[in-house]
Ligand binder design. Structure first.
Ligand code: ZN
Length: 318
C-alpha cells in the first residue's frame, strides 16, 4: 500500500473482518491534487470539496462484520490530514454564522436539560458558535480546535478561550469537566475510541458527553447511498445511532440515549450545498457573497429541520 495511506482495524471493536460496501477508483495522484487544492484554501471558496470530483468514487468504505461500524479503509495518513486541518481557511464563517448560532441555541437547551455542572469543554469547536452560546448561558467554557484560522475567529469574534491544537496534544486533569461536547467531530478522527476514552477520563463522575455525527442510516443516506453528501473525503467513519451508542459504551459511557435538536440552515447555505452537489456552483457563487444584497437576503431566510433527519445525536454519562 502506498505510504500516503494507513490501514485501520475496526475503529470501534478492533477486529479486522469486514465486507466492502463501496469500492474506490481513487488513486494516490488524485488525492495529492485535491490536497493541494485544499491547502490553497480552494476547498471552501471554490467548491472543490471532497465529494465533488466528477467520476471519482471516494475512499473504499467497509462494514465491520463484528460490530457493523462503517468506516473508510485505508485512510489518508493522520499527519497529512492534520496538516490540512491545521492550515484550512474557514472563509465561509460569515455565511454560516447566523444559522450556526441558532443551531447552537438548541444544542445548548439539550445540554441544559441533562448536565449537572457548568464546566464545559467543546472538542473540535470550529469558530466557537456553540461555545459562545454556552458561555452566554453561564457555562465556564474551553474549546479545542485544530484549525488555526477557525480558532482565531472564535477568539477574535467571541472572546473565547480556545486552544488551537489537536486534542491528542492536550492533557487535562482527570475528573475535570462536567460536560464535554463533540459536534461533528468523530466522523473525522481515525481513532474515535481513543478520543472517547480520553474524554471519559477527563469528565467528572456523572459528567455528560454529547456527540453528533452524520447518520449513515438517515433518510438522505438511504436514498442517495454513496452519492450522499456526507460520504466525503474527510468523513472517515460513518456512524448510525446504534453504532455511535455502541462506541460510547465501549469507551465506558453509560445510560446512552439518542436525542434530537432543532437545526437551522439558511437558504444561502442550502442552495450553496445543492449547487456544489450538482457541480454548478462556480458560475453562480457571486450570488452567495455574504456582503451582497442577495447574499444577505438568502442568509436571513432560515429553515428549521430536526437534527435526526441527517444526524445522529447521542448522549452518555460517565
Ligand atoms: Zn467492529
Amino acid at each position: 500500500m502506498d505510504s500516503l495511506f494507513e490501514y485501520r482495524k475496526c475503529p470501534n471493536c478492533g477486529q479486522d473482518d469486514f465486507e466492502v460496501l463501496f469500492g474506490s477508483d481513487m488513486k494516490t495522484d488524485d488525492f495529492n491534487v485535491l490536497f493541494d487544492y485544499m491547502m490553497e484554501g480552494r476547498d471552501s471558496q471554490e467548491g472543490v470539496e471532497g465529494y465533488l470530483v466528477p467520476g471519482k468514487e471516494w475512499g473504499r468504505h467497509v462494514k465491520c462484520r463484528n460490530c457493523h461500524l462503517i468506516y473508510m479503509n485505508p485512510v489518508e495518513k493522520v499527519s497529512k490530514t492534520n496538516e490540512y486541518y491545521f492550515k484550512a481557511k474557514n472563509t465561509h464563517a460569515p455565511t454560516i454564522r447566523e444559522s450556526y448560532l441558532k443551531t447552537a441555541e438548541s444544542q445548548l437547551h439539550l445540554i441544559q436539560k441533562y448536565a449537572t455542572g457548568k464546566n464545559l469543554l467543546d472538542v473540535g469547536c470550529a469558530q466557537g458558535f456553540f461555545l459562545y452560546n454556552a458561555s452566554r448561558g453561564g457555562y465556564t467554557t474551553k474549546g479545542i480546535e485544530i484549525s488555526q484560522d477557525a480558532a482565531e475567529y472564535g477568539i477574535r469574534e467571541f472572546d473565547l478561550d480556545i486552544e488551537a491544537k489537536p486534542f491528542e496534544e492536550l492533557r487535562f486533569p482527570e475528573n475535570h469537566f462536567d460536560v464535554v461536547t463533540l459536534w461533528q467531530v468523530l466522523e473525522h478522527v481515525p481513532y474515535p475510541l481513543t478520543v472517547l476514552k480520553e474524554v471519559h477520563r477527563i469528565l467528572k463522575p456523572q459528567g455528560l458527553l454529547a456527540v453528533s455525527t452524520p447518520n449513515i442510516e438517515g433518510i438522505p443516506a438511504r436514498i442517495l447511498r454513496r452519492k450522499w453528501w456526507d460520504i466525503k473525503r474527510l468523513h472517515i467513519n460513518q456512524f448510525s445511532t446504534r453504532t455511535l451508542g455502541d462506541i460510547l459504551q465501549n469507551a465506558g459511557f453509560r445510560n446512552t440515549s439518542s436525542v434530537s435538536y432543532r437545526g437551522f440552515v439558511s437558504l444561502s447555505i442550502l442552495l450553496t450545498m445543492m449547487l456544489k452537489y450538482l457541480n454548478i456552483y462556480e458560475p453562480l457563487k457571486a450570488l452567495f457573497n455574504a456582503d451582497s444584497i442577495i447574499g444577505k437576503v438568502l442568509n436571513k431566510i432560515m429553515l428549521i429541520y430536526p437534527s435526526s433527519l441527517n444526524h445522529c445525536v447521542v448522549l452518555g454519562f460517565k
